[in-house]
Ligand binder design. Structure first.
Ligand code: SF4
Length: 267
């Protein structure tokens, strides 16, 4: 896995977010701000110095984010945050201009999607993947019926931080490009049970939807025993479980893989 990190890029056009559902309880944005002693409240959204990163160029005029990257977007906030409404149109315009990149954002505010899209969205931009986050059954049952109706070309379900077992079966079909799940990080993390993870995997296999177990979280329960997993090992331990289903070698939805030929990234 790690040999392929160079196909990814991060873009955080703004930072700061307001808590909206149980999965936000120990939000990593708040934890990180506390750790770094930020003087501005984590609930105050502000544009970052990298707001226009997709359009930034080097001295030789090439883009700072090279063509073909998967750009994880807005990971220190929520892309559909209301406070960011005035800034988002510029972001959509950048995504449109950089049609040579994939933009991937996750949101807990999928119910705001239709009021946030640009006028030319149509049935979705080809290069934008949207992950609808669901951390428990209640959020799945509220958000996923909305998600199902939305005009989005690339959809994924992010069951994370998984704080209880979730039945997703009725929401899984061939419009869902992956289900990705993981436990919670941080000192106060709630436990993630391996049985819940395996049950989601079973549901995905039943519906032939790609499944990925992306991290264990800090407290991981397996065979009735609680394991405390330090941050550097939470991804690798999940990967070692080797339970992903139909997930390509680039750790991205299968449908996004057409752009990376075997020759592009062999190290
Ligand atoms: S929506 Fe995401 S970024 Fe915002 S508070 Fe919740 S967990 Fe944090």
């Amino acid at each position: 896995m790690s040999e392929h990190w160079d196909i990814y890029a991060d873009w955080n056009p703004w930072h700061g977010c307001t808590k909206i559902s149980p999965g936000c309880k120990y939000c990593y944005v708040y934890r990180q701000d506390e750790m770094y002693g930020s003087e501005i409240g984590s609930n105050i959204a502000r544009k970052t110095a990298n707001f226009n990163l997709p359009l930034k160029r080097r001295r030789d005029k090439s883009y700072k984010i090279p063509s073909g990257r998967m750009v994880f977007t807005c990971f220190t906030s929520d892309f559909l945050l209301r406070d960011a409404d005035p800034w988002r149109p510029e972001c959509w315009a950048m995504m449109r201009e950089r049609s040579d990149l994939w933009f991937y954002f996750f949101t807990k505010r999928i119910d705001r999607f239709m009021e946030c899209i640009p006028p030319d969205w149509g049935d979705g931009y080809d290069n934008v993947l949207v992950g609808c986050t669901v951390e428990n059954q209640a959020m799945a049952d509220y958000r996923l019926p909305i998600f199902r109706q939305l005009p989005i070309k690339h959809k994924s379900i992010i069951a994370s931080p998984l704080i209880e077992g979730i039945d997703l079966l009725q929401y899984l079909d061939n419009t869902i490009e992956e289900v990705s799940t993981g436990g919670e990080s941080g000192r106060e993390a709630r436990p993630c049970h391996y049985d819940w993870v395996l049950d989601l995997r079973r549901q995905c296999i039943e519906k032939n939807v790609p499944f990925r177990f992306h991290q264990t979280g800090a407290r991981f329960v397996k065979d009735g025993r609680m394991y405390y997993v330090r941050r550097p090992f939470q991804l690798s331990q999940a990967h070692k479980a080797n339970i992903d289903y139909r997930i390509g070698r680039f750790y991205a939805p299968e449908t996004a893989l057409w752009q990376w030929s075997d020759d592009d990234y062999t190290h």
